[in-house]
Write a protein that binds this ligand. Structure first.
Ligand code: GDP
Ligand code: MG
Length: 168
């Protein structure tokens, strides 16, 4: 039986928590330090979907989200995507459509999920709940609200994406 390996890209503006999400899911750790990169191209984690082993390779950008040449190479061959914004950063919410288009220009239609991270900071939210839900409907993707800090809804995001990928 062949093992399934899936390249997943995590996209979104700087500081929304992409590197933290990858570290949390693959290493079980969280740090407050703002790190520009996790220092490698990707981290991986095995999971089981419908009793079959799946290897998820989670690709991190080097914090150079603004450089097209770099992100193109990073997206190449991606089979699933996490669109991420931060609860306390309105610009990151407004940039989601742009990130989705960039990935689709390179990868075509692949399973995607929308993640509103830093939900632990909901008291300082810059986006209404209804706005986030409306965007998810418009983009036809499921919305998860996560806190990488509190380890809330992180593994659920990746389990969902793996299931979506296998269902294709
Ligand atoms: P990236 O630029 O998208 O890779 O963002 P990072 O993973 O480097 O995170 C940016 C900052 O946000 C860091 O200080 C993280 O510790 C912090 N951070 C990440 N996720 C959360 C979260 O869920 N809640 C809070 N409060 N902070 C977070
Ligand atoms: Mg990063």
């Amino acid at each position: 039986e062949m093992e399934v390996a899936v390249k997943v890209v995590i996209v979104g503006n700087g500081a929304v928590g992409k590197s933290s999400m990858i570290q949390r899911y693959c290493r079980g750790t969280f740090t407050r330090e703002y790190k520009k990169t996790i220092g490698v191209d990707f981290l991986e984690r095995m999971l089981e979907v419908y009793d079959d082993p799946v290897r998820l390779m989670l690709w991190d950008t080097a914090g150079q989200e603004e450089f097209d040449a770099i992100t193109k190479a990073y997206y190449r061959g991606a089979q699933a995507c996490v669109l991420t914004f931060s609860t306390v950063d309105r610009a990151s919410f407004q940039a989601v459509r742009h990130w989705k288009k960039k990935v689709e220009d390179e990868c075509g239609t692949i399973p995607m999920v929308l993640v509103q991270n830093k939900i632990d900071l909901i008291d300082r939210a810059a986006i209404d709940a209804e706005e986030a839900e409306a965007l998810a409907r418009e983009l036809k993707v499921r919305l998860y609200r996560s806190s990488v800090k509190e380890d809330l809804n992180v593994s659920q995001v990746f389990t969902y994406l793996a299931e979506r990928y296998l269902a294709e």
